[in-house]
Write a protein that binds this ligand. Structure first.
Ligand SMILES: [Zn+2]
Length: 284
């Protein structure tokens, strides 16, 4: 009996060794394929109150397109939601941006947004204040500066928004939010830049001292016709100094302003069409 038991144990050991031998070089299970290539998220600067200004970059090759929401903060919160919606869309549909690199800075004035929505990071339309004074204050950063008057194109120590005086900062790029965009642009040299605002319902070209760049005109016409907004070559309703788009023009980078039609809707289908048209223009 005991001999039989020893033989059974030896056989079991041999079978075990055989199984180990047969499987030891088998490939490891394949990793689960990623469902979508997530964006690279970087903090490009901090606001006056220390809130992060983030950039979401999809892709690493081809021409580089930059989209910026919320430079006028809280009362243009719909431009921030539009930017977040495009981020979500590209996460789910990365093939749409094949052939280009896309960076989205969803909230360029997070202190201004905070004044109006009262929370950090992502928010929804329901969070936004409807109080007129709160909304108006949300245009500015925590130093009460209009960031879109703080760039180095025709910067002046006094500036206007419609018939009102607004603070342009103590000098060009005095504000950390403007410096964050400047430094990101210097580092990454985008081929074109789109700023989302509200609520003039049009797409505007940009210029500084040397007129509208030919490529700016192409970018404006491409976005406007795909999205169904009027295209406006030169803004002359009132003088604007120190705007970001003008600064980009001054360094040879085409930039446009896309103004949503009101302060609450993101006009998603229109802006997705405009955005895709720019992807197509730059992936050729
Ligand atoms: Zn604006």
């Amino acid at each position: 009996m005991r001999r039989l038991l020893v033989i059974v144990l030896i056989l079991m050991a041999l079978v075990g060794v055989g199984v180990w031998w047969a499987t030891k070089d088998a490939p490891a299970p394949a990793p689960v394929a990623p469902t979508a290539q997530g964006p690279e998220v970087t903090t490009i600067g901090k606001s006056v109150e220390g809130r992060s200004i983030e950039a979401y970059t999809f892709g690493q090759s081809g021409k580089h397109l930059l989209f910026v929401g919320g430079i006028h903060g809280g009362y243009e919160w719909n431009s921030v939601l539009l930017a977040y919606e495009l981020i979500d869309y590209l996460k789910a549909n990365p093939a749409v941006a094949e052939g280009v690199t896309v960076t989205i800075i969803p909230s360029a004035n997070p202190d201004g947004v905070f004044k109006v929505v009262g929370k950090e990071g992502r928010f929804s339309a329901a969070d936004a204040s409807t109080d007129a004074d709160t909304l108006a204050a949300g245009r500015f950063n925590a130093n009460e500066v209009d960031i879109n008057r703080n760039f180095a194109c025709k910067w002046q120590p006094t500036s206007t928004w419609r018939s009102k005086q607004v603070s342009p900062g103590t000098q060009a790029f005095s504000e950390p939010e403007a410096r964050a965009i400047r430094d990101f642009v210097s580092k990454s040299s985008p081929n074109a830049v789109v700023f989302w605002h509200s609520q003039a319902n049009a797409v505007y070209a940009s210029e500084c001292e040397a007129g509208v760049l030919p490529q700016t005109r192409a970018v404006m016409e491409t976005y406007a016709s795909a999205a169904g907004y009027p295209a406006i070559l030169s803004f002359d309703a009132y003088p604007i100094t120190g705007d970001a788009e003008g600064w980009l023009a001054s360094i040879g980078i085409p930039a446009i302003t896309v103004e949503l039609a009101d302060h609450t809707s993101v006009e998603w289908e229109k802006n997705l069409a405009g955005t895709k048209a720019l992807f197509a223009l730059y992936s050729k």
